[in-house]
Write a protein that binds this ligand. Structure first.
Ligand code: PRE
Length: 355
């Protein structure tokens, strides 16, 4: 077939695709109406994952599963916007890695609010000024973002989704590396580039600041300074990248959480993760007994992290991640068991365990 004929074919297909897309978002708008009457949440992470999994199973190619997910991310983003104008708060300012994770999860049709610090994300959602919030929770190189974890002690917000984002850092400066005297970034980002900094800028002083974007703002005004941040932040502020991919590990990935007033309901065919916060008595075997509640039921405990209790020195609370949904019988029964002997058990949410 010649070019004109093939393009005519594409035009005809596009007409059909457009008709179907509008039919799909009209149906989503009707769902939105039902949800408003019922008072149920508009964004439903478990349903989205179910839709994406079904499409993945149906897909015969040549589109990759990744491409389908990206296309449907924007279709669902447009659908949500028609159901209700939605606002997502994220740890800002603009162009932070959290901003990029939020965009990846919620797409381009949603309104975003940059919050100056992690507690502000929680407060915006709790007050109803934002429908959901996005915060970093752990990095594959540097570990837990303790500030985010600690917010769950006091907040009643629930986790409704997780987002994994590969993190590639750049050195951003108006000068070349041999002229750089000061390096600025968020503590976590500095930790992810520690070996690179030691090898390439051994004489530069290292300074932490509130965000990777803030670091770029500093580097814009100080030619002797460099920021560790994303290429997006370099583009936004017009400060050049002088070295790319400076993170110590190639597989450097951050896990972000979506928080909201409600967790994610159960959906068939979707694998879930449930997070808890517990404390145990200061007794021999107390922690082992708590963990045994899960293993005796064949539940996979995928993570345990201890944090100071915030009440008494050298007393700890434990964050647990378990594969399964709180509405599933085995998980619910395990929690009942825990409540019988743990002084403190808090369910933080159940959400799709999608990578
Ligand atoms: O099924 C729903 O609950 C919808 O609102 C529709 C839809 C979709 O476009 O498929 C949109 C938003 C939700 O987060 C989940 C799914």
């Amino acid at each position: 077939m010649d070019l004109d004929t093939l393009r005519k074919k594409i035009d005809e297909i596009d007409q059909e695709v457009l008709k179907l897309l509008n039919e799909r978002v009209r149906t989503a708008a009707q769902i939105g109406h039902v949800k408003r009457l019922e008072g149920s949440p508009i964004y439903v992470a478990s349903r989205e994952e179910q839709v994406l999994r079904k499409l993945g199973a149906l897909n015969q190619g040549p589109l990759s599963d990744e491409a389908i997910r990206a296309i449907y991310r924007e279709i669902m983003s447009a659908a949500i916007a028609l159901e209700k104008p939605m606002r997502i708060a994220y740890l800002g300012p603009e162009a932070t890695y959290t901003h990029q994770a939020a965009l990846k999860k919620f797409g381009a049709s949603i309104d975003y609010i940059a919050a100056p610090a992690i507690p502000d994300v929680f407060h915006l959602v709790a007050k109803g000024d934002a429908d959901h919030g996005v915060i970093p929770i752990e990095n594959s190189t540097e570990g837990a973002v303790s500030h985010s974890m600690d917010m769950f002690f006091e907040s009643d917000l629930k986790i409704c989704a997780q987002i994994f984002t590969p993190i590639s850092h750049s050195l951003i400066s108006l000068s070349q590396p041999n002229e750089i005297e000061r390096v600025y970034s968020k503590d976590q980002a500095i930790g992810q580039c520690r070996n690179w900094l030691h090898a390439h800028l051994p004489n530069a002083s290292i300074h932490t600041c509130d965000s990777t974007t803030k670091a770029v703002q500093i580097a814009k005004d100080d030619p002797k300074a460099a920021a560790i941040a994303s290429i997006l932040a370099s583009d936004l502020y017009g400060v050049p990248v002088v070295a790319e991919g400076i993170q110590d590990r190639l597989d450097n990935t951050t896990r972000f959480l979506v928080i909201g007033k409600e967790s994610s309901g159960f959906a068939k065919g979707v694998e879930f993760k449930t997070s808890f916060l517990i404390s145990v008595d200061h007794k021999v075997g107390a922690l082992e007994k708590a963990l045994g509640v899960f293993s005796s039921r064949g539940l996979n405990l995928s993570k345990i992290e201890s944090r100071p209790s915030g009440k008494t020195a050298w007393e700890y609370c434990f964050f647990l991640d378990v594969l399964g949904h709180f509405e599933e019988e085995t998980v619910a029964a395990a929690v009942e068991d825990l409540k019988a002997f743990c002084p403190f058990v808090k369910w933080l949410g159940s959400y799709p365990n999608a990578k």
